[in-house]
Design a protein around this ligand. Structure first.
Ligand SMILES: [Zn+2]
Length: 498
């Protein structure tokens, strides 16, 4: 018999303690023999990224049933806003459909806001016509929140910095390249862009009883882009780097940075990159030539920092906005996978700095697709700044700098990265994050090319175990349920229960 008797008292006691603490207490009292023992997983955040289409296709209750039963999920990261297929929509066309959901590609995917858009919040931005037309009348937050709450699951809005060029009013917000072209990305130093992120955050925070928000921006500054320092960065026109709009020029002026010199520096950098991409070695080599430019034109790195500071402004803006609505809203960020590849980008993601505007970080540690992606990064920079080295040498150097060691370049796209990489990256994040919670992003069936690494249940089990072993306070099953195979999803649950 339980001494307190009443199930209400029991529930109250449980709500004040974590389930694990509660389980310890009743075990110590010798009274818990017949009560269900709380699993180790219950005070961790076990999150899954899921888009509206999955609830439309498979139903809200059946979807949540599966997440709870198969993977012990207690938190939903719902893709509420994106124009990209990385987190919204069904499986990417050309990739095999998973063993659940509608067996059909959504070739007419559009994207936008998958919750209802409340106009009153968007008075300070011309970008306001953002309602996703994909599932007319289906407000994903309105439909999912009550069902999630009744099960004790938390719901987070997950929104990202991905746009399309055909939206009303978007031109005013777009970035401008060093060659003067407008592009599809939005400028963080443009007040309307910050007003847009503030509006969307206010809309979610005021309109819905959500538990938190996560925002992501998979972009880097002009230096990283000019030298192709990212997966998929190869062959990008080095003159398409951003941003040189009027707002950025104003910001530069305020900082005492000479815009003309900065643009000249980036044009010279582009010319150098074009030369090395064409396979022609500068007389002093690629690295020395690049470094010389950085010394001659410190404005190049000044502009890189100016861009990064704009992105940080967005983090701070969203954080402040959310906390002003409700201080208990949990606010955190998706940290781009490039953090695992490019040391230039990694240097700019300072976890200690994130402490002042973050409750949690979802650090991407996608180990399976990490193989082909790391290989892609290596091939790209071995044609630019590291053009003096062979790709194999660049990979060896990258392992040393990033402090993990995996397969050689030939095998890497097929082997992926191991769970050891997940463990090392988790420990590295925890070492600097202070009170900020670290929730590693776990790769479940993120698309790769036909002959590249595919996720298997053992990969998911090992990656989840590695994250937990390293001390992570949660995991985020990624990127979207609509591309996950069920055996791989169940493997996450197996790891958490083992
Ligand atoms: Zn700009």
């Amino acid at each position: 018999m339980f001494p307190c008797g009443s199930p209400v008292i029991l529930a109250n006691a449980m709500s004040k303690l974590s389930r694990r603490e509660f389980a310890k207490l009743i075990t110590a009292a010798g009274v818990g023999a017949n009560l269900p023992v709380a699993s180790e997983t219950s005070d961790r955040t076990i999150a899954i990224q899921v888009g509206a289409v999955s609830f439309v296709d498979e139903g809200v209750a059946p979807g949540l049933d599966r997440f709870q039963k198969d993977a012990d999920v207690n938190t939903l990261l719902i893709a509420t806003f994106s124009y990209g297929r990385g987190i919204a929509g069904r499986q990417v066309p050309g990739q095999p459909l998973p063993d659940h959901g509608k067996q059909e590609y959504d070739v007419n995917f559009h994207g936008g806001n998958f919750a209802r858009t409340h106009e009153q919040y968007y008075t300070q931005t011309s970008l306001k016509n953002i309602q996703a037309p994909d599932h007319a009348g289906f407000d994903v937050l309105e439909r999912v929140l009550p069902e999630a709450k009744s099960r004790g699951m938390k719901t987070f809005c997950w929104y990202e910095d991905v746009f399309r060029p055909d939206l009303d009013g978007i031109e005013r917000l777009q970035e401008v390249t060093v060659s003067g072209k407008k592009v599809n990305t939005l400028c963080f130093h443009n007040p309307e862009v910050q007003a847009f992120w503030q509006a969307l955050t206010e809309d979610y925070g005021h309109s819905y009883p959500v538990d938190g928000i996560m925002w992501g921006s998979e972009r880097q500054g002009p230096f990283g882009n000019a030298i192709g320092a990212s997966h998929g960065g190869s062959g990008r026109d080095p003159l398409l780097v951003t941003c040189f709009c009027e707002f950025c020029k104003q910001e530069a002026k305020a900082r005492g940075i000479d815009t003309v010199r900065a643009m000249e520096g980036y044009r010279k950098l582009a010319a150098l990159v074009d030369q090395t991409l064409a396979g022609s070695r500068p007389a002093d080599g690629a690295f020395v030539s690049c470094w010389r430019l950085l010394v001659d034109y410190p404005e190049i790195l000044n502009w890189e920092k100016l861009w990064n500071d704009g992105q940080k402004l967005a983090y701070q803006n969203i954080y402040k906005t959310a906390k002003a609505i409700r201080p208990d809203l949990q606010v955190g960020w998706h940290i781009w996978h490039n953090n695992s590849f490019s040391p230039f980008y990694r240097a700019e993601q300072d976890y200690a700095e994130f402490r002042s505007y973050s409750d949690f970080l979802k650090v991407v540690m996608y180990n399976n697709c990490g193989g082909p992606r790391l290989a892609s990064y290596v091939k790209s920079v071995s044609r630019t700044i590291f053009g003096d080295f062979t790709p194999d040498e660049v990979l060896a150097m990258t392992y040393k700098i990033q402090n993990f060691k995996e397969a050689n370049l030939q095998d890497l796209p097929h082997s992926g990265l191991s769970a050891n990489y997940v463990e090392r990256e988790t420990r590295r994040a925890l070492a600097s994050a202070g009170a900020v919670k670290i929730w590693p992003g776990i790769d479940i069936d993120i698309p790769t090319a036909a002959d590249e690494k595919k996720t298997e249940p053992g990969d998911v089990r090992e990656a989840v175990r590695a994250a937990i072993r390293a001390g992570a306070q949660g995991v985020v099953l990624s990127r979207k349920y609509s591309e996950m195979r069920l055996a791989n999803l169940r493997a996450a649950g197996e790891a958490l229960r083992s």
